[in-house]
Design a protein around this ligand. Structure first.
Ligand code: GLC
Length: 477
């Protein structure tokens, strides 16, 4: 089977969030099953600068977008059994950031048109085109639109994966023809219309042959208003083609036994290095160097759905315990100033780094004993899996992928791989943090066994890649 994976970001080329991790590791696992897999993404300035010498220029063409005729270059690169295609147009993509421009709608409409028009020009015709989030949502729509006239497109099947339904690509009604180059019927017939606007993600959800969400629990949650950001009725409608497939992580990249960012490497069998990483982290972050005080870590974008309000409300209560808190992230001003305040209030016990650094993140996972992720909603979440792999026991709220990957510790039979609480409630979170810290202090052997169970979990992509393959099979029949 030929699979074309369409994404707006992928590690190691460019990244703003978890989608890049998924797009940078799932394709290799699909290819390992014997399928021919290609990935296509925009050639952003950052990619061009760092990888230019290694990219092979394939061709150029002109792409139609409504009344526009736009240059489209195509570069390729072979890596780990996967062909990576890059779509070049400097007007749209030679910019410092990936997103956040006034013309993002036009930029990604161009990308989607380019992908659609390049399909017949690629060496192998894809059986399945797998799209991700709103930036690529026009691809299933354009493919269906072309299939009415062009034989080539009739047999191409499409999948859309929802990584986070908060971002839907909403534009004014006037964009249908003039910007997106579609017949008004796509709006008036209802496919793209939502609450009077054009909603690209909704259009893809309705049009694609299969819809996937990044965890089984998120697939269920999306049918409810609390999680669906308005699209619950649409998700209920497509229930028959909706699947929840849990993300994996790149087990080679995230491996404490070989991670070059760490002061000392360690593994399930040889844990000694972790204590060194903890001491190094405490030193580096200005925390008291105390080996018997648990370090609780958060590595997170500082935005509301990550559950930070719960932390703000109860910090003074859980800091009454003998513990330290390390926070790495950036985001909303109110959380940034809260954590700066907390650091000043608890010198040597709370350490905050406002920003993001992959290397520091890995040192935090390695140095931490516990990892806090009290998300209000979390489609999948990768950090809790990375934390477990690095022996930082997760404390999570039971939502989305957190619910599917973290199983609460049961003292009576020693089961579980972390701590969790059900309701979005500060008191409940605070109580569970207390339980985790107490276990660390009072039952070190039980804590270590819990940590080991997390480290032994298999979060590799193999199982999920098989699930995606089954979905592809089911729609290609
Ligand atoms: C989004 C979600 C996150 C998920 C990631 C990869 O960033 O918010 O929960 O892990 O996509 O699918």
């Amino acid at each position: 089977m030929n699979i074309l994976y369409v994404t707006s970001e992928a590690v190691p080329f460019c990244k703003t969030g978890g989608l890049a991790d998924v797009a940078g590791s799932l394709p290799q696992s699909l290819a390992a099953n014997g399928d021919r897999v290609s990935v296509i993404l925009p050639l952003y300035q950052s990619v061009a600068d760092a990888w230019r010498d290694r990219l092979h220029f394939e061709r150029y063409t002109y792409v139609r977008l409504a009344w526009r005729s736009l240059y489209c270059g195509l570069f390729s690169y072979e890596r780990q059994g996967v062909t990576w295609y890059f779509v070049d147009n400097e007007q749209y993509f030679k910019r410092p950031e990936l997103y956040g421009y006034y013309d993002d709608g036009e930029r990604f409409a161009f990308f989607c048109r380019a992908v659609t028009e390049l399909l017949p020009l690629l060496p192998e015709k894809p059986d399945v085109v797998h799209c991700n989030d709103w930036q690529t949502a026009l691809v299933p729509i354009y493919i269906h639109d072309e299939a009415v006239r062009e034989e080539f497109y009739k047999s191409v099947r499409t999948v859309i994966t929802v990584h986070n339904i908060e971002y839907q690509g909403r534009y004014g009604r006037e964009t249908v023809e003039d910007l997106f180059g579609l017949d008004a019927g796509w709006f008036t017939g209802g496919t793209l219309a939502f609450d009077g606007d054009v909603n690209l993600l909704k259009g893809a959800i309705v049009t694609a042959d299969a819809v996937t969400a990044v965890s089984p629990t998120y697939a269920e949650e999306l049918k409810y208003a609390y999680f669906a950001h308005g699209l619950e009725s649409v998700m209920q409608m497509v229930e028959g083609k909706l699947h929840g497939v849990l993300n994996g992580i790149d087990m080679e990249r995230y491996d404490p036994a070989s991670d070059p960012n760490l002061t000392a490497n360690y593994s399930l069998r040889r844990m000694a290095g972790k204590a060194k990483d903890k001491a190094a982290l405490q030193r580096m972050m200005g925390l008291a160097e105390r080996k018997d005080t648990p370090v609780v870590a958060m590595v997170s974008r500082l935005v509301s759905h990550k559950g930070l309000d719960l932390v703000c409300e109860t910090l003074d209560y859980f800091m009454e315990k003998d513990m330290q808190l390390v926070v790495l992230g950036k985001g909303d001003g109110k959380y940034e100033s809260f954590f700066s305040w907390a650091q000043a209030k608890y010198p040597g016990r709370v350490a905050v780094h406002l920003g993001y650094s992959e290397s520091l993140a890995m040192q935090i996972y390695a140095g931490a004993d516990l990892f806090l992720m009290p998300s209000k909603s979390e489609p999948c979440g990768l950090s809790q899996m990375i934390a477990m792999r690095y022996g930082a026991v997760p404390i999570v709220r039971e939502t989305g992928g957190l619910k599917d990957t973290v199983h609460a510790y049961e003292a009576w039979n020693g089961a579980g791989n972390g701590f969790s609480f059900t309701n979005y409630n500060a008191g409940d979170m605070c109580y569970v943090i207390g339980e985790a810290v107490d276990l660390y202090h009072q039952k070190p052997e039980a804590y270590k066994a819990l940590r080991k169970r997390g480290m032994a979990e298999d979060f590799s992509w193999a199982r999920s890649a098989k699930k995606y393959r089954e979905i592809y099979d089911s729609i290609c029949k």
